[in-house]
Design a protein around this ligand. Sequence first.
Ligand code: ADP
Length: 368
Amino acid sequence: MAKPKTPGRSPRERTEMPSQTASAEGSRVVEGSRRPDDERFDRLFRPTSLDDYIGQEKHKQNLRVFVEAARRRNEPLDHILLCGPPGLGKTTLALILAREMGVTLHATSGPAIEHKGALAGLLTNLQQRDVLFVDEIHRLTAAVEESLYPAIESYSIDIMMGDGPHASTINLPLQPFSLVGATTRTGLLTAPLLSRFGYVMRLDFYPVEELVRIVQRSARLLDVAIAEEASVEIAQRARGTPRVANRLLRRVSDFALVLGDGSIDRDIAVESCDRLEIDQAGLDEMDRRLMSIIIDTYEGGPVGVETLAAAMAEPRDTIEDVYEPYLLQQGFIGRTPRGRIATRKAYEHLGKTMPVQGGGAPPQGTLF
Ligand code: ADP
């Protein structure tokens, strides 16, 4: 069925892309992180050049300059850190940078580099100017991170030979390479690591117009006809995230094939999203449940994140990394020193009446 139409550049990158850890939210259509069934389509949908990469114009202009300068000097790219929520195109950019440089991308992730020996193995394998892509770089252990410093500063690594009283350290030179780190949690990066990146690129949620272009491009790659208004409906529900847009498109194209003739018009798009219980703001049942808990159980908040996590039966990290970012960014919930609150927008979205200020809200210091 799906057949790639992108020019057949040789896939020089090592392919073992790190998968996200499984969790209870893993089956959400609107989840931004990579799921096992995304792998095949990620490969199909991934833009292969900066020209093909939609949006992020300012950063793209800078990256073009850095690539051109590095190529002219025959040097590796400066080390680059890509920050932002899952599904916004960090891995894609790393692949593109390696391709534009004409070098090999070696992809790994922070948790996959378990000890210094594993790091040394990776680093000594790099050829001149190659790109080492470390996803979730904030999850490197302190020991691994420390041995990475000399590698990225002066292209050398200290290796321990033997153990006990006969142990000795040798300093091994490395090929000049470029580190491209990606993180969803810039705040968790240590200052020494952060300061070693020459360029820090923060990716933000995409505006609807850009997501429309992404949906149309992906539909072309899937060989599916899609009406302009249908791509707008999908883009509006994609939570600012290309991966969600692509996943929604795949689900909608399933409905189009079974319920119609395979092409996607506005009605099919809307009906499919209704059946998937994804509303016009891109919120699914879990988002609505989180907002309802704050409103109905905790009278609009503030409610501490631990309490909220217990009420949702999810780990705290999942609340903070998966559910909250989009709800916060869209202003459905707010963060205060005493916990999360539901905003007027959340009440309106759920069709609930917001208590009058000072009247309905519980007095400060109330226990429950
Ligand atoms: P991340 O590494 O940030 O989690 P990925 O790079 O894996 O995200 O991107 C997720 C999916 O979204 C990929 O299939 C990719 O094709 C698509 N994508 C991301 N950013 C863009 C973009 N700017 N233009 C087109 N497609 C994109």
